[in-house]
Design a binder for this molecule. Structure first.
Ligand code: BES
Ligand code: ZN
Length: 643
């Protein structure tokens, strides 16, 4: 692990006083009122080397050619820069990039230097700015090991005919494929031309300007893109593969491999209703189209909120639309996260906590309160489990605002941000009333559209705009305690899903010895089953597990969430008949949320660790670096004293 001193050296200052001008150039319709300008306090992003107060990137133009043979993206990034008077250099973030040349707009070489870095942040790339003009062109190539990029062989795709590649920028991985200032507080617009082999399709988190593609050199097809809204670089995204498109709504469609695209279109057919529900609550969707790309099964996340084009795991294709809350979640990021963005990764809860809260609200509109309450209760259960895993309610990482200096931001990306964050907004809602909170949130998104946000700044907003001097109200919410103290404050409202009461009765009956065949489970949805599985006793006799499996076919479930909960139970009890299904699950998808806890469960015993290591040897080559990195740590823990 890198020392903090090293970290302190290259820290970057995001200066909100905006001595370099407005951050919301593309928000032409609704510029935020000047009164809402954030306080001039400087915010440190310890995960970037950039010094935006000297010079900052405003726009990135990419011209990239993927080479599937050598697993490299090669080409240029043309950066449009804004600089303070007297600034003669700009500091970019890069990691594992080969920089071939840096020039000005006319092609005249510019001096550059790769500075001292570390394994988490990569390196600063310091470029001498041209005397004239505001353009810097970096000619570069990515490494096959680029952490953001996964290159898939044809055998790793659904069609098995063509290779595939996709990027994953969040949190600090964009610097492994684009040399830019990779900090969530430094928003940039972008455009791109991507030159792909004939027969392949490129898609990005941007408008596709050439749907048919253009003929390019070497028999390639060039696709052009443009995103006119400024976004943090973690939202730059690219995928290339054998992709087809199906329209599913007036402003939405799905991209997926040909054999998957129709089932994806059916699964996500409600996307327009989801978008309309969010708009009704928080104002217009500001990104034009909302499309969904279904990736091959190694995609490490459930979903990623890339602007205009959510990236999604195929493990949400349950066949019955029971997992579409994931789409509600990613769509919600179009407000919380993509419009108003955590200024640094310490404020990650401002992205994910808000989004999880909004996801619940959207699902309530779509499916009703009973349904949304099931989601909320499952979320609350995960939160309590996570707080325990992190060391209990005193553990520093159970705070909403984190201190990730010297650490990989990945370490802060757990259910605290999501579920404690959501629980905080549920607390505010319960205190001030839904209507007032909705009005506040809508104004918050409008006022801070296309800007970064810190926890402190949010707190100020809350006081100024929601509590408005009502000390009693503020005292009932206890926002400071929620945001800056560990644990779960005791004013959190209870969540009780009516539907789970009947599930609990069946769990009780099962515990009392009732045969699974005789339990009253008809009509249960995915979420009732999830609650049932989580409520089972930690240890069970093998015949009881066999009876459950026989009655409900869990080992063969086509629902990834249900299969996951069942496999966890199976490992805990060493129920070997489920192990072929476990091995299949771990070797055919790479979603970290499923993979990591299963390996963790395996790693708690000697036999399990051995089985885990054997399975991992087969599974690892198929995993994205994000998933492999986490599992590496689980199966080979750092030596004692170094953790
Ligand atoms: N933005 C996250 C995914 C993410 C988080 C990527 C941290 C990299 C670092 C995305 O919106 C998300 O939360 N996805 C969830 C699904 C959601 C329904 C909770 C996931 O991937 O499981
Ligand atoms: Zn999210």
């Amino acid at each position: 692990m890198t020392g903090t001193t090293d970290f302190a050296r290259g820290r970057s200052w995001l200066v909100f006083s905006l001595l370099l001008g407005s951050a919301c150039t593309a928000d032409r319709e609704e510029p935020p009122p000047a009164a809402a300008a954030p306080s001039p306090a400087a915010v440190v992003d310890v995960h970037s080397f950039a010094r935006p107060e000297e010079a900052r990137v405003r726009h990135v133009s990419l011209d990239l050619t993927p080479d599937f043979g050598s697993q490299r993206l090669a080409g240029t990034a043309r950066l449009v820069i804004e600089r303070a008077a007297g600034a003669d250099s700009i500091v970019l973030d890069v990691r594992d990039l080969t920089i071939r040349r840096v020039t000005d707009a006319a092609g005249a070489p510019l001096g550059f230097e790769l500075g001292q870095g570390d394994s988490i942040r990569g390196q600063p790339l310091i470029v001498r700015l041209p005397a004239e003009g505001d353009t810097v062109v970096v000619d570069y190539e990515t490494s096959p090991a680029a952490a953001a990029v996964q290159w898939l062989r044809p055998a790793q795709t659904a069609g098995r005919r063509r290779p595939f590649l996709f990027t994953q920028g969040q949190a600090i991985l964009t610097r492994t494929w684009v040399p830019t200032q990779d900090s969530p507080g430094i928003r940039q617009t972008y455009d791109a031309v991507i030159r792909v082999p004939a027969g392949m399709q490129a898609v990005m988190s941007a408008e596709l300007l050439t749907p048919e593609g253009e003929r390019a050199e070497g028999g390639r097809t060039a696709y052009r893109f443009r995103l006119e809204q400024p976004v943090p670089p973690y939202l730059f995204a690219l995928a290339v593969g054998d992709l087809e498109f199906r329209e599913i709504g007036p402003r939405s469609g799905v991209w997926a491999e040909p054999s998957v695209v129709d089932s994806a279109a059916r699964e996500f057919a409600e996307v327009e209703q989801i978008t309309a529900a969010a708009e009704k609550l928080y104002g217009p969707y500001r990104w034009g189209r909302y499309d969904i790309l279904v990736l091959p099964p190694s995609f490490p996340f459930g979903g990623m909120e890339n602007p205009r084009l959510t990236f999604a795991t195929p493990t949400v294709l349950a066949g019955d639309r029971s997992l579409v809350s994931l789409i509600a979640h990613e769509l919600a990021h179009s407000w919380s996260g993509n419009l108003v963005t955590n200024a640094t990764w310490n404020d990650f809860w401002l992205n994910e906590g808000f989004t999880t809260y909004i996801e619940g609200r959207i699902m309530e509109e779509l499916r009703g309160k009973d349904y949304a309450d099931m989601l909320r209760q499952l979320g609350r259960q995960s939160l309590l489990a996570t707080i325990q895993d992190l060391g209990g309610p005193q553990a520093p990482d159970t705070r909403l605002q984190l201190d990730l200096a010297g650490r990989d931001p990945d370490e802060g990306m757990n259910d605290v941000a999501y579920e404690k964050g959501a629980a905080f907004l549920q607390t505010v809602e319960a205190t001030v009333g839904r209507e007032r909170l909705d009005t506040f949130l809508r104004g918050y998104f409008d006022r801070h559209a296309f800007q970064p946000m810190t926890s402190e700044q949010f707190l100020q907003e809350l006081n100024a705009d929601l509590f408005r001097g009502d000390e009693a109200l503020a005292g009932r919410v206890r926002a400071r305690e929620w945001i800056f103290e560990p644990g779960l404050p005791d004013n959190v409202p209870a969540v009780e899903a009516a539907a789970f009461a009947k599930v609990d009765r069946q769990v009780d009956a099962f515990r009392a010895g009732t045969s699974p065949d005789s339990l009253a489970t008809s009509g249960w949805s995915t979420h009732e089953w999830l609650h049932f599985l989580r409520a089972l006793p930690d240890t069970m006799e093998l015949p009881r597990l066999a009876a459950l499996d026989q009655a409900f076919n869990f080992s063969r479930s086509g629902n990834s969430e249900i299969l996951f909960e069942w496999l966890r139970t199976a490992i805990r009890n060493r129920y070997e008949p489920a192990f072929p299904a476990l091995e299949r699950f771990l070797t055919t998808q790479g979603r970290r949320k499923f993979v990591a806890p299963l390996f963790e469960e395996l790693a708690t015993t000697d036999w399990g660790r051995q089985l885990g290591q054997r399975i991992y040897a087969r599974a690892r080559p198929g995993y994205h670096s994000v998933t492999a990195g986490t599992v590496d740590h689980i199966l080979t823990p750092a030596p004692a004293g170094n953790r």
